[in-house]
Write a protein that binds this ligand. Structure first.
Ligand SMILES: [Zn+2]
Length: 406
C-alpha cells in the first residue's frame, strides 16, 4: 500500500494518481474472478508465499523452465505468461480475494486423447492442484473464502481470501473413461465439501459432453463448434451448480452455449475472464486471438441472469495485439456499462494464465490501483468503480448461495 510508489508509476505514464483513488481502492472489497498462479506452483515450483520481483523469480527457477518460456513467448511484449501475482503482492495491490483456477488441458500433444489421463485427470492432475490450494489454506498463507461473509471478514482483517475454480467440466472426468454423470456430480460435491471449490466453468479449450467451447488458437486443430450449445447433460450440470450453491462460469464457452446456459440456469452466472467484442477497438473476428469476448447479445443474456462479466487484462484479447493500455481496458468497461449497466462489471484478469501481455502501465497485480484511477478519470463514479472492483461479484455470490438447495 505504497502511495508514493503508485504515484511515481502513474507519473511515468503521464497521469496523476490521486489520494481519492487510493482511498477508494483500499477501502473497497477487491475480488479477481480468475487468476492462475497455482498451476505455476505445480509446474515450476513457483512459491506463492514469497513476494517476487516482476521477471525475477524465473532467474532463480532451478530448472530454468519459466525463464526460457517467458523469453520465448513470441507475442509477449510486456510481462507475458506469468509472475503477475503471489500472495504478498496481492495484499500490496489491495486485493481482498481471488478465484484460483484449476485446470487441465484436455488435449495435449504428448498425451493422446485416448489415454486414461486425458479422459480422467481427476485423481492425478486436478486433485494435485487442489492439494496445493488446500496447503496454502491450512498453513495460513491464504484465508479460505468459502462463503461471501468470508470476503467481508478478509476485507476487515486486511488478509487475502480465495476459493478454487474448476476450469472445465472435463476436469471431473469424461464419459469415455467409464464415468457416469452421477459419479462426476459426486466429485463436484466432494470438491465443494472438502476441496475448496466454489466455481465451475463448463469448458476450457475444448468442447465436452456438457457444452461447446469458444474458438481458441491453442486448440485450432480441435475445431470447436461455435454453434454447439448446452447439451441435455449440460443442463443437468447447470442445475447441479444451482443446487450445490456453486457459481456457474461461462468463460471459454461457445456463443450458443452462453445463450443457452443463461436461458436455463437458475440464478446469476459469471463470465469470469471476458470482455466485449463490440467495444471500440476490439479486434475483428478474423483477427481475434480467442473467442473470449462476448457480443452484445451475450452481454445482455448474462446481465438478464443478474450476473457479471469479469474484465480480462490481456490486451491481445481486447485489442488483437499486446501493447494495450489501461484506458483501452476502461473502454471495455465503458461499453459493458453502456450496454447492460455498471452492476454487471467485475475483475477477471487471468493473471498468470499464460496471457501474452498485460496493460503497459502495470508490472503486476500491485499496480491494480492504477486501474481504479483510470476508471475514475474515465467517468466512472466512485460507486460504480467500487462495485466493479468487487461489490458486484459479492452480490452475485450471495444470490448463488441463497438459492442453494443442499
Ligand atoms: Zn481461462
Amino acid at each position: 500500500m505504497d502511495f508514493e510508489r503508485l504515484q511515481s508509476r502513474a507519473a511515468a505514464h503521464g497521469f496523476e494518481f490521486t489520494r481519492e483513488a487510493f482511498d477508494l481502492h483500499f477501502s473497497s472489497i477487491v475480488f479477481d474472478l480468475h487468476i492462475d498462479p497455482l498451476i505455476q506452483q505445480c509446474l515450476f515450483g513457483y512459491d506463492l508465499e514469497t513476494a517476487h520481483e516482476p521477471g525475477a523469480w524465473c532467474k532463480t527457477d532451478p530448472r530454468g523452465l519459466g525463464a526460457r518460456l517467458i523469453q520465448r513467448a513470441h507475442r509477449g511484449k510486456h510481462r507475458p505468461l506469468f509472475n503477475h501475482t503471489d500472495l504478498p503482492r496481492l495484499r500490496e495491490g489491495g486485493y481482498t480475494g481471488a478465484a484460483f483456477g484449476i485446470h487441465w488441458w484436455q488435449r495435449h500433444r504428448k498425451i493422446p486423447a485416448s489415454s486414461l489421463l486425458a479422459r480422467n485427470p481427476w485423481e492425478r492432475i486436478v486433485r494435485g492442484q487442489l492439494k496445493e490450494f488446500q496447503r496454502l489454506i491450512t498453513q495460513g498463507a491464504l484465508a479460505f473464502a468459502g462463503a461471501p461473509s468470508d470476503l467481508r471478514e478478509a476485507h476487515q482483517r486486511g488478509t487475502v481470501a480465495g476459493f478454487a475454480t474448476l476450469e472445465g467440466w472435463h476436469c471431473l472426468g469424461l464419459p469415455d473413461a467409464g464415468l457416469t454423470l452421477q459419479e462426476r456430480l459426486n466429485r463436484l460435491r466432494l470438491a465443494r465439501d472438502h476441496l475448496g471449490v466454489r466455481c465451475l466453468t463448463l469448458n476450457h479449450h475444448t468442447s465436452n459432453d456438457a457444452c461447446g467451447n469458444g474458438w481458441s488458437m491453442i486448440e485450432k486443430d480441435a475445431i470447436p463448434d461455435e454453434t454447439l450449445g448446452l447439451t441435455d447433460l449440460g443442463e443437468e450440470v447447470s442445475a447441479a451448480c444451482s443446487r450445490l450453491g456453486l457459481i456457474l462460469d461461462l468463460s471459454h464457452t461457445s456463443r450458443q452455449g452462453i445463450l443457452d446456459a443463461c436461458r436455463v440456469h437458475q440464478g446469476p452466472v459469471v463470465v469470469s475472464h471476458g470482455g466485449a467484442s463490440e467495444a471500440p477497438g476490439a479486434p475483428a473476428e478474423e483477427q481475434a486471438v480467442s473467442h473470449r469476448l462476448l457480443d452484445d447479445a451475450c452481454l445482455r443474456a448474462v446481465a438478464a441472469t443478474g450476473g457479471v462479466i469479469g474484465l480480462v487484462f490481456s490486451p491481445a484479447y481486447w485489442k488483437g495485439r499486446d501493447d494495450g493500455s489501461l484506458d483501452d481496458l476502461v473502454g471495455q468497461a465503458r461499453h459493458i456499462r453502456d450496454i447492460v449497466g455498471p452492476e454487471h462489471l467485475a475483475l477477471g484478469s487471468d493473471f498468470d494464465g499464460w496471457i501474452t501481455s498485460i496493460p503497459k502501465e502495470m508490472d503486476d497485480c500491485r499496480d491494480l490501483p492504477l486501474f481504479t484511477q483510470r476508471l475514475l478519470d474515465g467517468g466512472f463514479s466512485t460507486e460504480e468503480t467500487s462495485a466493479l472492483l468487487g461489490g458486484n461479484f459479492l452480490r452475485v455470490w450471495e444470490q448463488v448461495v441463497a438459492g442453494r438447495g443442499e
